[in-house]
Design a protein around this ligand. Sequence first.
Ligand SMILES: O=C(O)CCC(=O)C(=O)O
Ligand SMILES: [Mn+2]
Length: 194
Amino acid sequence: MFAGQLLNADICFYPSLLDGGDCDRYFTELVETIEWRQDWITIYGRSMPQPRLTAWVGDAGKSYTYSRITMQPAPWTPLLLKLKATVEAVSGVSFNSVLLNLYRDGNDSMGWHSDDEPELGLNPVIASLSLGGTRRFRLRHRREKGLRHQLELTSGSLLLMQGSAQHDWQHQVPKTKRPVAPRINLTFRVIDPP
Ligand SMILES: O=C(O)CCC(=O)C(=O)O
Ligand SMILES: [Mn+2]
């Protein structure tokens, strides 16, 4: 674990931005109050449930499309505004939306991708806050095969991806056979940056 920048990647990690007791309360509130949705995705022509639950929250009009799914924003809640202010203080960026992911167990995951949808702009800053069970986060360079990193995203940690991170790197949260507690990840984003 480290606090600082990863070799060759414009990515910073803050292992314990939030206090453990606060994380437990935030986790429970988000599980109970967010309208989690189960989307379906098509892989190699087969339709299947996305292996996690999601929600999209943001300023009015800031919709988000990925994997051919368009999400209209639900309104901010007091807790999400508080978490937004916390990550804004660290990153110096004003976010207008957040994608929430709920990984119910080790079977839930996110495949290799970059956050490079057009509405995020050229060099997006993405602030990724984790609550609940620790999950592994892998990074691989798009061109330099063999250039890889991995991090354990612990509860209360913040991962900041910025600059060319989404051009040069892909990331994933793999499935795991180890028993893991449910986890919520919040990725704060700027849709339609100026
Ligand atoms: O759950 C994570 O840590 C990663 C989430 C992610 O990459 C995304 O929402 O685009
Ligand atoms: Mn991502």
